[in-house]
Design a protein around this ligand. Structure first.
Ligand code: GP9
Ligand code: MN
Length: 622
């Protein structure tokens, strides 16, 4: 009978996890089913050690507990397309946000998660009077060990099999909780997430000591001093709306270039030739957090993490974020991205950064699909419709997506470029999708002009990161770029930055070295907001001087030198180039540059790891 109860428990729980996947349209069969079964066995095997009545009660309690967790995840998922995480539990505001709508999220079919409990309670009470069968502890030990070993081994084989076939990126970068769930199931996801949270937030918290905090303070103080840039651009866009347009994988080398006689980006080229500023030596600085790192850099002026995304790992931290700063100055803030709202943990992070509203895929009408989701053309059109309704001034942060790897899903009518011998290659697909995005940008600008927004909105447009396409000298030549070693290296890091300042005829191309970390201070500068009390690691780009640009892997450039860090981070194994001759020079010449890069990254990491802005901001605001 005790095995009967155990078997019944395993079956019931398996069905509930299956229902959870079914209700939420998530993957389950094969990998999901096997990993779920192994999880249930490991979690419950200990009950076989108990005497019969104690076992029945334990199974009942365990069932109730797991059912409650599945149910809570179910409700949360219906609303947020995400599972409950420790960070969400820690951020009571999130739970509060759902508060009002919980009753609307409940459905009658959810009762299926609980009907068995009443029945099992009945059976347990009914059997209570029966004599406990005497089983030796030894028999019980063997009975409990079997599901434990089987379950543990099964999970081990499944997860290590997955990692060796793919990689462990899904756990390290952790771009989407649903992707982790697809590998390890719901029990596995919570085990993974709780372990990471506890090791980072509970055990990883010792320190920093006073000296370490002092080092962080010193760096911020240096930056705050260098924020005081005198320029004719200060306050040029004071009181105006701000629209940031982040374009997916949009590299700088396509700007102004032709393939077989046709411009790749005719609309953007026209924009650059008109009343906009174009920064040709603007660098992305993202790490594993890719799009989310670009968003983070641009809105917070801190560096991304050495592994994973700040959006996922530190979404509960305190930041000196641009939306928060602008909100305090009376701005309405909104983020727009036509994709799942839980991807990169955006909906949690956006609340924290103080975006009032997040328009995700749920808020966009159906339209032409390109790549992963709604095409940028329709995305921009609908975004402008929303912007027209916004109270002003607004800060709108928009993230386009159509030019996402693998660049293959562009509708036929945009496939007008000819690629000669590169026809059919990933480079051709990439340039075609960029060409489509250019059409979308052209339409965005038309709409902004037609709605009158163009004349009272500061618009900043840039690419989020590289395309991931390895370029050789011949490919570089094909897109009109020099094929030397340094340029091939740096082509990857350069994305375009275009700024439209309303009501001014500021224009021209600027070729000093700048980076994403400079964006928040730059926007504050244009808006006429003194930036020197904020905790940012960038500086306004209107000093018209080369800036220190640091890449996450420890490479860096100051406009004169370019230091390429080695994979293992050993300084002497790195490479040092001069940017004017584009030739390698003795590694020692890059020592100071590499040291500064290392210091900035370390201080930024420390700030994030220990949530130092919480106390620094408190001291400042007192
Ligand atoms: C999807 C988008 C993905 O929301 O952010 O882009 P990626 O991070 O893979 O570049
Ligand atoms: Mn991206």
């Amino acid at each position: 009978m005790r095995y009967g109860m155990y078997g019944l428990f395993v079956l019931l729980m398996f069905c509930k996890f299956y229902l959870f996947a079914l209700y939420n349209d998530l993957m389950f069969w094969t990998m999901g089913a096997a990993i779920t079964l192994s999880g249930i066995l490991v979690l419950s095997c200990w009950t076989l050690l108990l005497k019969r009545n104690a076992q029945a009660v334990s199974l009942l309690v365990l069932n109730a507990l797991l059912s409650f967790i599945i149910f809570a995840d179910l409700i949360h998922f219906r609303y947020f397309t995400d599972f409950i995480t420790m960070a969400v539990l820690a951020q009571s505001a999130q739970v509060g946000a759902l508060g009002g709508s919980v009753s609307e999220l409940l459905q009658w079919k959810d009762l299926l998660f609980f009907v068995d409990l009443a029945l099992l309670l009945g059976i347990t009470i009914y059997r209570w009077k029966w004599l406990d069968l005497q089983q030796t502890m030894r028999t019980r030990l063997i009975a409990a060990t079997i599901p434990l070993l089987f379950g543990a081994l099964l999970s081990y084989v499944l997860v290590t099999g997955y990692i060796s076939q793919n990689s462990n990126k899904v756990f390290v970068s952790n771009w989407w909780n649903v992707s982790v769930y697809n590998v390890v199931g719901l029990i596995g996801f919570h085990a993974f997430e709780v372990e990471r949270y506890v090791s980072e937030q509970v055990f990883g918290k010792e320190g920093p000591d006073e000296a370490q905090v002092a080092e962080v303070r010193t760096l911020f103080a240096e930056k705050q001093n260098s924020e005081r840039v005198e320029s004719e651009f200060f306050g040029l866009a004071e009181g105006k709306n701000v629209l940031v347009v982040q374009l997916e994988a949009f590299q700088n080398y396509v700007i102004g270039k032709k393939v077989n006689g046709s411009e790749i980006t005719p609309n953007i080229n026209k924009l650059i030739a008109g009343d906009t500023l174009y920064f040709s030596q603007f660098h992305h600085q993202v790490g594993q957090g890719r799009t989310s790192d670009a968003e983070f850099l641009v809105n917070n002026s801190l560096y991304p993490l050495p592994s994973g995304s700040v959006y996922v790992r530190h979404s509960a931290n305190e930041f000196d974020a641009l939306p928060e700063i602008l909100k305090a100055k009376g701005y309405t803030t909104a983020a727009f991205h036509a994709y799942e709202k839980s991807f990169w943990n955006r909906q949690v992070m956006y609340k924290n950064l103080q975006f009032d509203t997040f328009y995700s895929i749920d808020d966009f009408k159906e339209g032409e699909r390109v790549g992963w989701s709604l095409g940028d053309l329709s995305f921009f059109e609908q975004t402008v419709d929303y912007l027209e309704q916004k109270s002003q001034p607004f800060y709108a942060f928009t993230i386009a997506l159509s030019s996402h790897h693998p660049y293959t899903k562009v509708p036929e009518r945009y496939k007008t470029l000819q690629f000669g011998k590169y026809e059919g290659t990933i480079l051709a697909d990439y340039l075609t999708s960029i060409h489509y995005v250019d059409v979308a940008v052209g339409e965005l600008v038309n709409r902004l002009k037609a709605s009158g927004l163009w004349d009272n909105t500061l618009v900043l447009m840039y690419g989020d990161h590289d395309s991931g396409i390895p370029m050789d000298a011949e490919m570089a030549k094909f897109v009109g770029e020099p094929g030397d070693e340094l340029n091939l290296l740096n082509m990857k890091n350069r994305v375009p930055l275009i700024i439209h300042i309303p009501g001014s005829n500021a224009k021209g191309t600027y070729a000093h070295t700048v980076g994403m970390v400079d964006m928040t201070p730059t926007m504050l500068h244009l808006l006429g907001i003194e930036g020197h009390s904020y905790y940012h690691l960038g500086r306004p780009i209107f000093d018209m001087q080369n800036h220190l640009v640091i890449f996450r892997a420890g490479s860096a450039t100051d406009g004169q030198l370019y230091f390429k860090a080695s994979i293992d981070g050993v300084f002497n194994k790195g490479t040092c180039y001069r940017t004017d001759t584009r030739k390698k020079v003795a590694i020692d010449q890059c020592r100071a540059l590499a040291g500064e890069a290392d210091r900035h990254l370390k201080m930024s990491d420390r700030t994030l790891k220990f949530d130092l802005l919480r106390s620094l901001k408190r001291e400042r605001d007192q």
